[in-house]
Design a protein around this ligand. Structure first.
Ligand code: SAM
Length: 219
């Protein structure tokens, strides 16, 4: 299973995946089971090359504490958790018991359950309920697109100086540049991209990987 990257031919996307870190049996089985159980939602998973990138980025940054907004069946959480050191932790936030029950099984199989703390509920509430002094080295936004700006405002103060924020789907399948596209999710992403661009607390780049992956470093 490969989810194509925005603007790339399927052939070129396959070439990119074939020349990135290979997908291991745990992630391959998770992608296959997700497609079987939830065929209408399988496209929500990050792509294999994004997975390889996020593991590498977690390792390169030396992140020890990661927060993920939007876990689904667990693909991205496994990629982040695999990049963490032995004592690293991932806080996973989602509203779906059903989808994250699949994630729990695959965390167990990947030997990552001890690293991952899953909280079920609206992610904004879960973030706001954290102790004031909770800090993260890396945050990943991949839940409801209309919530991205609010997640950003909650997360930036909680990221340590030098820490990273990553946000998926920031090209909204190309709809961001089409003025006729006015769906709330597209407007949410446009608002988010504008907010990140104007935020002088971070340095950012919008990478054309998958459906657009914004990477920002907090000063
Ligand atoms: C695009 S999927 C996440 C995909 C996941 N990162 C992966 O790679 O497999 C979005 C997820 O956000 C969750 N979600 C949507 N609205 C939410 C909210 N308000 N709070 C928390 N999670 C939410 C959905 O239940 C869904 O699992």
């Amino acid at each position: 299973m490969t989810r194509s990257s925005e603007g790339l031919s399927p052939e070129l996307h396959s070439y990119i995946v074939a020349h990135s870190e290979p997908v291991d049996p745990v992630l391959a089985d998770l992608a296959e089971e997700t497609a079987r159980l939830f065929p209408d939602h399988k496209g929500m998973q990050i792509g294999p090359e994004q997975g390889a990138f996020t593991t590498l980025l977690t390792q390169l940054s030396g992140a020890r504490s990661v927060v993920e907004i939007g876990t689904f069946t667990g693909y991205s959480s496994i990629c982040f958790a695999r990049g963490l050191p032995e004592d690293g932790t991932l806080l996973a936030l989602d509203i779906s018991e059903e989808w994250t029950s699949v994630a729990r099984r695959y965390w167990e199989r990947a030997g990552l359950s001890d690293k991952i703390d899953l909280r079920i509920g609206p992610a904004l509430d879960s973030l706001r309920a954290l102790p004031d002094d909770t800090r993260f080295d890396l945050a990943f936004l991949d839940a409801d697109k209309t919530g991205y700006v609010d997640y950003w405002e909650e997360l930036v103060p909680r990221i340590r100086p030098g820490g990273l924020l990553l946000a998926d789907n920031t090209l909204s399948h190309g709809r961001v540049i089409d003025p006729e596209q006015t769906a709330p999710s597209v407007r949410g992403i446009r608002d988010f991209n504008a907010r990140v661009t104007s935020d002088d607390r971070v340095t950012q780049v919008l990478l054309p990987i998958g459906d657009g992956l914004t990477l920002a470093r907090k000063h």
